[in-house]
Design a binder for this molecule. Sequence first.
Ligand SMILES: NC(=O)C1=CN([C@@H]2O[C@H](COP(=O)(O)OP(=O)(O)OC[C@H]3O[C@@H](n4cnc5c(N)ncnc54)[C@H](OP(=O)(O)O)[C@@H]3O)[C@@H](O)[C@H]2O)C=CC1
Ligand SMILES: Cc1cn([C@H]2C[C@H](O)[C@@H](COP(=O)(O)OP(=O)(O)O[C@H]3O[C@@H](C)C(=O)[C@@H](O)[C@H]3O)O2)c(=O)[nH]c1=O
Ligand SMILES: [Mg+2]
Length: 314
Amino acid sequence: MRTLLLGANGQLGRTFLDQGELAARGELLAASRDGVLVDGSRGEVADLSVPESLPALLDRVQPDVIVNTAAYTAVDRAEQEESLASRVNGEAVGALGQWAAAHGALVIHYSTDYVFDGGQSQPYEVDARTAPLGAYGRSKLAGEKALRDSGADHLIFRTAWVYAAHGHNFLRTMLRLGAEREELRVVADQHGAPTDTSLIVDASLAALDHWLAAGSVERRALRGTHHLVASGATTWHGFASAIFAQAVSRGLLARAPRVLPIATTDYPTPAQRPAWSLLDNQAFQRRFAFALPDWREGLDKVMAGLARSTPTAG
Ligand SMILES: NC(=O)C1=CN([C@@H]2O[C@H](COP(=O)(O)OP(=O)(O)OC[C@H]3O[C@@H](n4cnc5c(N)ncnc54)[C@H](OP(=O)(O)O)[C@@H]3O)[C@@H](O)[C@H]2O)C=CC1
Ligand SMILES: Cc1cn([C@H]2C[C@H](O)[C@@H](COP(=O)(O)OP(=O)(O)O[C@H]3O[C@@H](C)C(=O)[C@@H](O)[C@H]3O)O2)c(=O)[nH]c1=O
Ligand SMILES: [Mg+2]
């Protein structure tokens, strides 16, 4: 089995590489926008802002599985750059699907809670009505549709509130701001489940193994969209508070800032975010026989990893 990993320098892409299991399952080629990987080594070049460049790469690599973790993820900036966001998150995904359909490859792709408007008050099921509030969500929804319409074998995993010890994410923003400021104001009326990249990688591999072992009838049931998020629920304020509690107890911060709960209306941003981002992950757990633990377990592991690799605060 030959796998092509796109977006290898992103939060999720890096965890796929670090974790090592994709490489253990066969041959693994990693691609980034310019072909340079975070460790300085050379990988493949895959620029998703130029969708028409992708077939030549795929023809050369001939992957059996394409794992697409590349995406335009700047939620606020997307409001100003919607055409770029929709090329990367929409058209490029369609191009991957078209190649995969013609060559019998499987596409594993990631989408987001931001395809929903957040108007619900119970976890979203996979077939709930989508209605993105902003350009990022629209572009991701376009990618889902393009992949489905391509006719390729595919697994789309909608996840949410993704973080890791590396990369751009809310946890790292909080640790940086918390070291600088006495007080932070964080929205307490957006609800979701923070999901660490290790969980996404482990769950994706479990799903891939299921797929590889399945016959054509079972594959028809597996093919499609799934909700892959940690269990439990919190708010960004709750997540921030949990991050600081851990940071202090693990010696990463000498003291926690005050974290004031605020309303979304008191934190104006260019893009509107869903108030309710919880995705129902029960079907994923049943279908792939994989347990998705509470978000606090993931936070615990990520903070333990950070504490191991960081000198303690004075
Ligand atoms: N982050 C989150 O909270 C969530 C993410 N998701 C989805 O999960 C997936 C993984 O996200 P995550 O790892 O967090 O995202 P990151 O932003 O950490 O990583 C995305 C990667 O894609 C790369 N990229 C951006 N534009 C291009 C391009 N034109 N060509 C090639 N590569 C490009 C980025 O490169 P560079 O850094 O150079 O721009 C980056 O390395 C995405 O599909 C995302 O939409 C879903 C829900 C939540
Ligand atoms: C830094 C900061 C943010 N916030 C708010 C803004 C926002 O509502 C919330 C989270 O901020 P972020 O900018 O990290 O969130 P955002 O970039 O919107 O995160 C999203 O990214 C995309 C890619 C996804 O797919 C989503 O699942 C989600 O994870 O916290 C505060 O209230 N106080 C603060 O000090
Ligand atoms: Mg962000």
